[in-house]
Design a protein around this ligand. Structure first.
Ligand code: SF4
Ligand code: SF4
Length: 183
C-alpha cells in the first residue's frame, strides 16, 4: 500500500474510534426539546428511512437512520461538523414511512440549525440565502434567460418585495447569521 493510502486508512480508522469524550449524553435531550424533533428517542433503527430515502439511494455515506442513531448516542461534535447533515433534500419520504413517527427531516433541520449557530454553514447555502436577500429568488436568473422568456412570449417573472424579504431575514435572525458567516 502506498504511504498516502496508508495515511488515509489510518486517519479513517482513527476517525471511527469512539472515545467516551466524544459522547454528550445530554444531546438527545437538547434535540428532543426542539419542535418536530421530540420523538428522536423512539427510533428503533428499523432502517425504513434509509431504504426509502432518495438521497441515500445515490450516496454511499448518507444514511438518515445513522444520523438518528448518532443523535441518540450523543455524537454532537461529529454530527455538527459533518457535511452529511446538509445532504437531506427535505422531501419528507422518511417521515411518511417511519413506523415510529419519528420526525427525521425535522431532526436533521434541528442539527443544521445547531451547526449554523455553533459553527458555520456550507458556502452553497450562504449563497442561496444571499441571493434571496438580493433578488427574492434562490438562484440569480441570468439576463439572457429573462430575454429568452420575453422572446417566447412568457410573462415577466414577479418582482419580490425586497423590503419585506429583508424584514423577514431580520426577524428570523438570518441577517445576523449571514453577517457572522461573512457572505
Ligand atoms: S424509519 Fe423511523 S424507526 Fe426506522 S430507523 Fe428510520 S427513524 Fe428509526
Ligand atoms: S427528508 Fe431527507 S432524510 Fe428523509 S427521505 Fe427525504 S432526503 Fe432522505
Amino acid at each position: 500500500m502506498a504511504e498516502t493510502e496508508k495515511g488515509e486508512a489510518k486517519e479513517t480508522e482513527q476517525r471511527m474510534v469512539l472515545k467516551i469524550t466524544d459522547v454528550d449524553p445530554r444531546f438527545k435531550y437538547e434535540i428532543s426539546k426542539i419542535p418536530g424533533a421530540e420523538k428522536v428517542m423512539l427510533c428503533f433503527q428499523c432502517g425504513t428511512c434509509t431504504a426509502d430515502c432518495p438521497i441515500a439511494r445515490f450516496s454511499d455515506f448518507y444514511r438518515p437512520r445513522k444520523l438518528i442513531r448518532m443523535t441518540q448516542l450523543g455524537l454532537k461534535d461529529r454530527l455538527l461538523s459533518s457535511d452529511v447533515i446538509w445532504l437531506c433534500s427535505t422531501c419528507f419520504t422518511c417521515i411518511d414511512h417511519c413506523p415510529q413517527d419519528v420526525g427525521i427531516a425535522d431532526i436533521i433541520r434541528a442539527l443544521r440549525n445547531l451547526s449554523v449557530r455553533e459553527r458555520d454553514m456550507p458556502v452553497v447555502f450562504k449563497e442561496l440565502a444571499s441571493n434571496i436577500l438580493k433578488t427574492g429568488y434562490a438562484y440569480m436568473i441570468p439576463e439572457l434567460r429573462l430575454k429568452k422568456r420575453a422572446e417566447e412570449g412568457l410573462p415577466l417573472l414577479p418582482k419580490a418585495n425586497l423590503e419585506n424579504v429583508a424584514k423577514l431575514f431580520d426577524i428570523t435572525g438570518l441577517s445576523k447569521i449571514l453577517e457572522k458567516v461573512g457572505t
